[in-house]
Write a protein that binds this ligand. Structure first.
Ligand code: DOR
Ligand code: ZN
Length: 344
């Protein structure tokens, strides 16, 4: 049995409508708080929209849940400095998400150049609202496996340098290059790591056939990248913290001629991270990564409640709801060595 402070998820997609009703309780069962991504259709662009979305999330939680959704705004060409200030003052919005235009699910309203955004980034510096970055180049000539590295060189590093007070989260990093950059970066730069990028390399996309449930963005990378990510997560370096990027899509939209990007890990997220940490005998480092460093980065108190993970092998259910179009849970049919003990 291991006991750690209640973890938080610093990057999750909860969606809206019926999918929200299906997935919100799963994240709330695992985590105390979560940074909720704004890539709805239409995107969450204003504080008012974020407040309304937060209410819909709270309504879809089980009774007695103490889960706290931490909201974000979607950065577009229309975002204003006044909106950034409103968001920072709201007590409800904790970050602004930058999607390069077209980079991923519902990113069409994203940003295609950063130079014009300088006044907004200055407002984020002023009001201490972090910029959360999906770090992939959208240049159509850029190889899919090089997108993170090219983005890092062309957009991310220059932005961090130019805006000396800007707090930046390099979301769901996937490469050794990104690990090396973040480890050397000032403390105002952090990075989230997903369970799939700690557990799998890109071979998993093609193991015995095409595996749509292993397709996410940024796409899985090489084994040497996976090892660098796992070393970073288990290093005790507070730049790196937990962010599942759990991104549910219906089964039919994943198992399709043009399948959606996204891996749904919320129901077993902590068990997956425990599996990854145990694989390098580093479970004693899980608490910092899962429960401390993210809260510290966002300037929020660490959770006081405790959670336990019991050591016992179990198999992840293939289709717990019985609905054939429900989002497929990552790792379904495979075994895990730890199981989260339910509270209460
Ligand atoms: O795989 C992904 N799915 N990556 C993202 O950046 C977005 C997410 C989604 O919203 O489906
Ligand atoms: Zn995401």
């Amino acid at each position: 049995m291991i006991e750690i402070a209640q973890p938080d998820d610093w990057h999750v997609h909860l969606r809206d409508g019926p999918m929200l009703g299906r997935v919100a309780g799963e994240t709330a069962r695992q985590f105390g708080r979560a940074i909720v991504m704004p890539n709805l259709d239409p995107p969450v662009q204003t504080t008012e929209e974020a407040v309304a979305y937060r209410q819909r999330i709270l309504k879809s939680l089980p009774e007695n849940s103490s889960f706290e959704p931490l909201m974000t705004l979607y950065l577009t060409a229309e975002t204003t400095a006044a909106e950034i200030q409103r968001a920072a003052d709201s007590g409800v919005v904790f970050g602004v998400k930058l999607y390069p235009k077209g980079a991923t699910t519902n990113a069409e309203a994203g940003v295609d150049r950063l130079d014009k955004m300088a006044p907004l980034l200055e407002a984020m510096e002023r009001y201490r609202l972090p910029l959360l970055i999906h770090g992939e180049s959208t240049d159509p000539h850029c190889d899919v496996f090089d997108r993170e590295e090219v983005f890092l060189e062309e957009w991310l590093a220059p932005t961090v340098e130019r805006h000396a007070g800007l707090r930046v989260v390099f979301e769901h990093i996937t490469t050794k290059k990104a690990v090396d950059y973040v480890s050397e970066a000032p403390d105002r730069v952090g990075a989230t790591l997903t369970p799939q990028h700690l557990l799998l390399n890109r071979n998993a996309l093609f193991a015995g056939g095409l595996r749509p449930h292993h397709y996410c963005l940024p796409v899985l990378k090489r084994e040497r990248d996976r090892q660098a990510l796992l070393a970073a997560a288990t290093s005790g370096d507070s730049h790196f913290f937990l962010g599942t990027d759990s991104a549910p899509h219906s089964r039919s939209s994943k198992e399709s001629a043009c399948g959606c990007a996204g891996i749904y890990s919320a129901p077993i997220a902590l068990e997956l991270y425990a599996q990854a940490f145990a694989s390098v005998d580093a479970l004693e480092r899980l608490e910092g990564f899962a429960s401390h460093f993210g809260a510290d980065f966002y300037g929020l108190p660490r959770n006081r409640q405790k959670r336990k993970l019991r050591r016992s092998a179990w198999t992840v259910s293939e289709n717990p709801s019985g609905d054939s179009d429900a989002p497929q849970v990552f790792w379904a049919g495979q075994s895990l060595d730890y199981q989260l003990v339910d509270e209460g």
